[in-house]
Ligand binder design. Structure first.
Ligand SMILES: Nc1ncnc2c1ncn2[C@@H]1O[C@H](COP(=O)(O)OP(=O)(O)OP(=O)(O)O)[C@@H](O)[C@H]1O
Length: 475
């Protein structure tokens, strides 16, 4: 640093540079050259100024940008801000990639902006400044089994609770059930509802494209808004968890396979919109069934656990999906796990037989098609619907939900899809593992909450709701 400053000082004080030299030295800058009024720093090569700006960091760089034209040019370069974003001390992986994706595709809200050619040039310096000032939000991912909640400026959800145990009294009216749910979350977070906008992730429900399914979705959404605005939340954004998981994978189109608590849904999404007319496939098989089946397999081997939670932990620690089920049966797959207080347990075939029910549900006595068949069906429907000029939009399959974290699942599904579909449809298929594990939807919501334009284009305010503004059906 000292050497660098000394060099700058020498250049500024001793060197006389002709205007032509000066122009060529700053040729990498996007700033137009001005013919008059060269300041002392115009004599310093741009790359040197860039190095200094990098060293001083974003806050000081902004201050330098008002010193003179030379600094303004250097500091406004996107290259500098990409450097800052890539090197920022962020606990979140791929922070820069998420920043670029979200500010390009999501910043104007829903419907998403689409680009036929190149995406627009953005000023990262301006966006960086705006993002520092956004209020952030409370994020609630109201999964049907587990709810994850926390503040958008935190690295990950700050809390989780078992939705199905605490809020599952389906007998009580919708309004009071929802109110009980939100009041509990806010009190756990120790946050006043009026202090922050909220971004809410909602499980895909009422799958069909029928009028009655639409009415049910609207009714649920209106009830959610009413409860939250009655609690004085300033602004609300509610989106389905599949779309949020897709955003978390930095995509706006694709097929999301959400292995949920009780059911698995296969959701085609084009430019952020769930394409219900193509159809959401639903399999009656989810995390709960896998845990139950593992318990059954263990009981057959006289291994008994007192609680289902321990079985669930064994599943999370030891289970995986075999690439080739038959071949795996002949391998030694033994592994052990120490279940706190209950000693060590050694399991073998159960490790991959548990996840195998996703592909062969009949192993667990479930009458439904396999995951690969359901995804292939969805792809065929997408292909026949001819919604765009080509099939590229549905070739990416994004896995989401805790169960989708099973090692080997993405590879196996990709392999099965290639086996099932004709090459014209299967060429280019890519199955992406859950981008942030069980918290993918939460991270998608975080992406929206940290946008430079948030809460504006994504949220509805109490006033808009009271004025009966049309509720955008983003789910
Ligand atoms: N690494 C892992 N391997 C296997 N299963 C896992 C792993 N991590 C979490 N799970 C399982 O995921 C399940 C919870 O998933 P998730 O939190 O996605 O449910 P949810 O959001 O409530 O579901 P829904 O989509 O129906 O709302 C639990 O059964 C848990 O055991």
């Amino acid at each position: 640093m000292t050497t660098l400053i000394r060099r700058v000082w020498e250049l500024v004080s001793n060197r006389t540079v002709s205007s032509s030299e000066s122009t060529s030295s700053s040729s990498s800058s996007s700033c137009p050259s001005e013919t008059a009024g060269f300041g002392a720093f115009d004599r310093v090569p741009t790359d040197l100024l860039m190095q200094i700006a990098r060293l001083v960091g974003p806050k000081e760089a902004v201050k330098l940008s008002v010193v003179c034209r030379a600094w303004r040019c250097v500091v406004s370069e996107n290259e500098l801000w990409i450097f800052f974003l890539k090197n920022q001390k962020q606990e979140e992986e791929n922070y820069w990639e998420s920043f670029a994706f979200s500010e390009t595709h999501l910043r104007f809200g829903y419907p998403l902006q689409t680009f036929s050619g190149e995406s627009p040039q953005l000023s990262y310096m301006g966006i960086y400044g705006q993002r520092v000032q956004v209020p952030g939000s409370v994020i609630i991912d109201g999964g049907s089994g587990y709810c994850k909640f926390g503040w958008s400026k935190y690295a990950c959800p700050s809390g989780r609770s078992a939705t199905f145990l605490e809020f599952g009294n389906v007998e009580s009216p919708l309004y009071s059930r929802l109110r009980h749910f939100f009041v509990t979350i806010y009190s756990r977070m120790q946050v006043k509802p009026s202090s922050q906008p909220v971004v809410l992730s909602i499980p895909i429900c009422h799958y069909d494209d029928t009028e009655s399914a639409k009415a049910s979705r609207r009714q649920l959404k209106e009830a959610i808004y009413k409860v939250l605005f009655d609690m004085n939340v300033p602004a609300v954004c509610a989106i389905n968890q599949a779309t949020l998981a897709l955003y978390a994978a930095r995509r706006t189109s694709g097929i999301v396979v959400n292995i949920g608590f009780q059911v698995t849904s296969i959701v085609p999404i084009l430019n952020g919109k769930v394409i219900r007319k193509v159809g959401v496939e639903v399999m009656g098989l989810g995390a709960l069934k896998l845990t139950g089946f593992l318990r059954e397999l263990l009981q057959r081997n006289n291994i008994n656990f007192d609680s289902l939670y321990t079985v669930r932990t064994v599943k999370e620690k030891l289970c995986y999906v075999a690439e080739d089920y038959e071949a795996e049966l002949s391998k030694n797959t033994q592994a052990s796990f120490g279940a706190g207080g209950q000693g060590w347990f050694t399991i073998s075939k159960e490790r991959f037989q548990t996840g195998e029910i996703l592909f062969q549900p009949k192993l667990a006595g479930v009458r439904t098609m396999g995951l690969h068949q359901a995804v292939a069906l969805c792809m065929e429907h997408c292909h026949s619907a001819e919604l765009t000029g080509d099939d590229a939009w549905f070739k990416t399959v994004v896995l989401s939900g805790g169960t989708a974290c099973l090692p080997g699942l993405a590879g196996r599904l990709e392999k099965e899809l290639h086996g099932l579909l004709p090459p014209s449809v299967s060429n280019g298929i890519k199955v992406v593992p859950p981008p942030y594990g069980a918290d993918s939807a939460w991270f998608g919501a975080k992406m929206i909450s940290n946008l430079s334009t948030f809460p504006g284009p994504w949220c509805m305010t109490k006033k808009q709701f009271r004025q009966k503004s049309k509720i955008k059906l983003m789910w």
